[in-house]
Design a protein around this ligand. Structure first.
Ligand code: SAM
Ligand code: ZN
Ligand code: ZN
Ligand code: ZN
Length: 434
């Protein structure tokens, strides 16, 4: 029996497959619905900082006595997680350093367990079930098929002891479905916490000018309106980082989700010019060819940086950023999104190196253009205000800090809801400064 979600319904959205439609009004900031994760996994890098079961962030979590790698709030959380953790606990001990399944593989292993434990429709599938996921299996190219093959091999390699595997075709479909419908969970500063499937949330189609935002409370996804929504309106969220120009966004959407976007932003391209801003004080205006070459250079650096992150030292990474900023800066304004991308990366490295002054300087350059390029309510803008505000407070710049945190809160109260624990935490940080 399909239970449904009050105030919404599933429908066939022309050209987009199934979609979610509003049946009533939602005001900006209203919770449209919440969806517990069907399955989820904490990312390896956050072990010890968050409980593996409920994702609570706190100090002094207790370690699993066997593997000494998983951490919990208490015995209840540890017991609750055992059906999932047992897939990995002894395998991690046995493989040691060689235990390295990808996060997708870890998530799929948990999905297979969940499918076995719970045959009925779950509270995460009031409108769309995991088995109904759009997988676009027929559209996978060689590269994607090979990735699937590798994931399936890793699943067999690391999880054979406690898992009964479905057949190859079912597994292929499962991986493709998770790639097309999976979510990553981030914290308030947009640091990656884990991966999950939220089937009902995956029913929503994409728009570059979305009317809802998805945030997380523990392992539950919450969908809130960031525009007024009327009965009959389709409910859209965004699948991608909306910083980039129309062409870049669509390259990403085609590659990852197999569609081209026809939203108002993609049709009007109204923000593209500001996103590609050229320096004002050039003696002669640049030729279109010159601009195209610089864009190609920028995209190559972005890709190079993405790969280099895994093996270069922080200082080498900073050098890549600074060199590219210098080269692009000859043509692009500081507000240009490719400049902003590299400044964001630089800021990340500075934060890692605890160079707070350096991080602050990049943050200050980024924040204003962010509020122009991103939609009014954006988690990217909110998290940048949050990082900058926290930096200011740490550097004893109290009034700047409080001002930045207030800007973050104004967005978070809409996106996360006024009663989210993140908001209480930020308020406390502000009060401690009074
Ligand atoms: C997470 S699913 C969304 C639900 C999907 N429509 C369904 O029927 O299951 C993602 C898929 O929906 C479709 N989709 C999402 N947004 C779209 C859009 N703006 N235009 C066209 N297709 C879209 C694409 O096929 C994409 O791979
Ligand atoms: Zn817990
Ligand atoms: Zn363990
Ligand atoms: Zn679009």
């Amino acid at each position: 029996m399909k239970e449904g979600i009050e105030g919404t319904d599933t429908f066939l959205s022309p050209g987009k497959g199934r979609g979610l439609k509003a049946l009533k009004h939602f005001k900006v900031g209203d919770l449209v619905f919440a969806c517990p994760a069907y399955a989820y996994v904490l990312t390896v890098n956050e072990r010890g900082a968050h409980c593996e079961l409920c994702f609570t962030r706190q100090e002094g979590l207790s370690k699993c006595g066997k593997c000494k790698q998983a951490y919990y709030c208490n015995v209840d959380c540890q017991k609750g997680d055992w059906p999932m953790h047992k897939l990995e606990c002894s395998a991690m001990c046995a493989y040691g350093e060689n235990w390295c399944p990808s996060e997708t593989v870890r998530l799929v292993a948990r999905i297979i367990v969940k499918q076995k434990l719970q045959k009925d429709r779950t509270q995460s599938e009031r409108l769309l079930t995991l088995r109904e996921f759009e997988s676009h299996l027929d559209k996978l190219d060689n590269e994607k098929n090979e990735m699937n093959e590798a994931d399936i091999a890793a699943l067999h390699h690391f999880y054979s002891k406690y898992l009964d595997f479905p057949d190859k075709a079912t597994l292929n479909e499962l991986f493709a479905g998770v790639n097309n419908n999976g979510f990553t969970i981030e914290d308030e500063e947009l640091s990656h916490l884990g991966s999950a499937v939220f089937p009902d949330v995956a029913l929503m189609n994409h728009s570059c000018d979305p009317n809802v935002i998805v945030t997380y409370k523990g392992t539950t996804a919450e969908v809130r309106a960031v525009r007024d929504i009327s009965p009959g309106d389709e409910i859209f969220n965004s699948y991608i980082d909306l910083l980039y120009p129309t062409e870049d966004r669509n390259e990403r959407l085609i590659d990852s989700y197999f569609f081209e976007c026809d939203c108002p932003e993609c049709t009007s391209k109204s923000k593209d010019k500001a996103k590609m801003e050229i320096r004002k004080n050039l003696s002669t205006p640049p030729e279109p060819e010159e601009i195209r070459e610089m864009v190609t250079y920028a995209k190559n650096v972005i890709e190079e940086f993405r790969r280099a992150k895994h093996y270069k030292t922080p200082n080498e990474l900073l050098e890549i950023c600074e060199l590219s900023l210098e080269k692009m800066g000859a043509l692009f304004a500081d507000t240009n999104v490719y400049m902003l991308h590299m400044m964001y990366q630089s800021m990340g490295v500075c934060l890692y190196l605890q160079d707070w002054d350096g991080a602050m300087k990049y943050g200050e350059k980024i924040i204003k253009p962010y509020s122009v390029h991103y939609p009014l309510y954006s988690l990217n803008t909110a998290s940048m205000y949050l990082k900058l505000g926290r930096l200011y407070l740490g550097l004893e710049k109290k009034s700047l800090g409080v001002k930045a945190l207030k800007k973050a809160l104004a967005i978070m109260e809409i996106a996360h809801g006024k009663d989210h624990h993140y908001i209480a935490e930020v308020r406390k940080e502000m009060e401690e400064q009074q």
